[in-house]
Ligand binder design. Sequence first.
Ligand SMILES: [Zn+2]
Length: 318
Amino acid sequence: MVSNYIPGYNNQQQLNSLGHSNETALMALAAQGNPQLNRAVLMEQASAQRSMQQIAAQKNLEVPKVNFYPSTHGNSRKARKSDIRQAYRLLKPAKRSLISPARLFGSKYRYNKQSHICVVDGCDCKELIQYDNLYEKICDDETGRSLWDMYWQNPVTGQAEAFLAMDKVTSGRKMRGTYCPEHLHLYHLLCKWEAEEDKEYEMNPNRLRDKVKQGVSIVTVPVSVMQKSEADTPLMLSKYEPFFELLEKDARDYEGINITHYKNPESGINDITTVTFDLRIFQKELIEMNNPTPAFQQMINQQPNNAPPIPNTQGVNQ
Ligand SMILES: [Zn+2]
């Protein structure tokens, strides 16, 4: 599976993939193209690739190698656009052949049955987690958070949970399959690049004009006013600040948590704040949580305790 698994790339290019690049080559690459694809990100990617190949050699496992070639375009916006396009192409779930009988009767996707199988290359992530949790080793270069923390925990319950890939990569239906550490790292980078692209788009003066046309007006709040209201938080409430930070973060991602501020029209200060937890939506979440293969779910639950590796037995998958 390691060689020639991406059609369209020849062997010469494969030799130049990140896992084989030395630091000088990586630095040269980082200096060009997409500014978010900096040296730290490339190093992280290269070391992930090397670790996966090492595991492959030691465990006799078939592990994939993601051949992502960062754009070297002189215009950083165009370079990012091209990196995004390439990431989408590499992260699309593998489809069955058009003439495959399985495609007629079942799913058009090749790996869509088990939540521990990478939807792109079919690599068994359960083995990778058990042997040496690579998801925990690959970290975001800015926040320092690992892929395991960011994508393999349920943000509501905090329990370990398989990351489920989506059929249109960043949107669409959740599949019964995941991304291996290398593909998940690329997925994480893709999400960051897109967020950055959206941010630039929103800051574009033309976009502001469009918004005004749609009846949206922007009110600029002087920074001094905002700082003042924060400083007014009574000492008694300051200990709840971490709790609110957590809530605000989860409220953005989850519909089950809502924070409502009631502003005093005279002083402009939040007089009352309520937090709502919606049980119906949590229950929906729980159903989705049960989506991963139960045996696999049980295994990843044991991960943080570093449980001894479970002997690889047949029939664990279903
Ligand atoms: Zn993969």
